[in-house]
Design a protein around this ligand. Structure first.
Ligand code: HMG
Ligand code: MG
Length: 293
């Protein structure tokens, strides 16, 4: 039997937060329903952050209210603080994701706080989430390069991973926020991180600026990473990281993994429908699916 690789769809959050297109709640609901139909086991539906800072994510409660949930699929929400967690719990998110930066520059830009303050907030979030039996996933941004602080020390990322697992995140998604990491950079990072924690607790979150994301997936697979984030039609980026482009295109990742003999359990016909639904709306310049041309 081929080895299963889990794909976490982050398009409705990481994708749409950085697209300057008009989206309605009903369109977002339809998008998530299309994604559910592909067989994806985890979908990040939206975020509960300051609507002044990320207006594209306003209305996430209504999106959660509108979607048709399928048994066995997890519908998650990104939250920066306790206020966000309470909104996510009220919206009946299956789980939440917290986020921290490996660098002070991006921490200030994205969350308006230091790394230490961010860790304190995440500790508070996890205490309340635990009580509500809500699993918490953790993101670390700027794992190799920061748009403000430059190159990042792998030892620092490794100790943040340990810290987040210690305080209760079940998995750490390693974010190449601006898509600058080469396969060599990822290899050096994972050498250091995997010396401290198991690759089973890691996921790859590779933005695809320089078309390096698949090489970074291949490198991560060799270290035993079995979970990757991706964004339908390569949507998005981060509004607070200059130069951050879309995340790795879900279709490109699925085709790459299936070509390599891995099992993604994604229905390709339904994936093509979801891609077409998004591409019609966005007319995405990123959309050049792997293995299609
Ligand atoms: P702050 O600027 O320090 O100010 O915000 P605040 O805490 O006083 O809040 C400002 C206003 O936001 C207040 O409203 C709060 O009530 C409200 P006002 O009094 O001005 O009317 N507010 C909220 N509203 C809704 N939900 C909330 C919430 N919290 C506060 N949860 C804060 C600090 C963290 C809230 C803000 O900086 C923020 O929302 N940042 C989030 C930025 C963001 O969403 N970035 C993109 C996602 S991260 C990413 O893309 C990276 C990732 O993909 C991995 C990777 O690629 O590396 C995950
Ligand atoms: Mg991202």
């Amino acid at each position: 039997m081929n080895k299963y690789i889990k794909i976490i769809e982050v398009g409705p959050r990481d994708g749409l937060q950085n697209e300057s297109i008009e989206t309605s709640i009903s369109w977002k609901v339809e998008l998530v329903d299309h994604l559910t139909a592909t067989g994806l086991k985890q979908i990040e539906v939206g975020s509960f952050v300051s609507p002044k800072r990320v207006p594209q994510m306003a209305g996430s409660t209504k999106v959660f209210d509108g979607i048709k949930k399928k048994n066995g699929t997890s519908y998650s929400a990104l939250v920066p603080n306790l206020k966000g967690l309470h909104l996510a719990l009220e919206a009946r998110a299956s789980e939440v994701a917290v986020f921290i930066s490996a660098t002070e520059g991006f921490s200030r830009s994205n969350l308006n706080c230091t790394i230490a303050e961010s860790l304190a907030t995440i500790t508070e979030i996890i205490a309340v989430a635990d009580h509500a039996k809500c699993p918490v996933r953790g993101y670390i941004s700027c794992i190799t390069h920061c748009p403000f602080d430059g190159r990042v020390n792998p030892l620092h990322v490794a100790s943040l991973c340990e810290r987040l697992l210690d305080i209760g995140c079940y998995e750490i998604s390693l974010g190449d926020t601006i898509g600058k990491a080469s396969a060599d950079n990822i290899s050096t990072l994972l050498d250091t991180v995997c010396a401290k924690i198991s690759a089973e607790n890691l996921a790859g979150h590779f933005h695809d600026t320089n078309d390096n994301a698949l090489a970074n997936v291949a490198t991560s697979l060799a270290f035993g990473v079995q979970t990757f984030d991706a964004s339908i039609a390569g949507l998005g980026g981060c509004p607070f990281a200059p130069g951050a482009p879309g995340n790795l295109d879900t279709g490109k990742l699925v085709r790459f993994l299936e070509d390599k003999g891995f099992d993604t359990r994604i229905n390709m016909q339904m994936l093509a429908k979801a891609e077409a639904f998004v591409s019609n709306k966005i007319n995405s310049k990123n959309h050049q699916p792997y293995g299609r041309n």
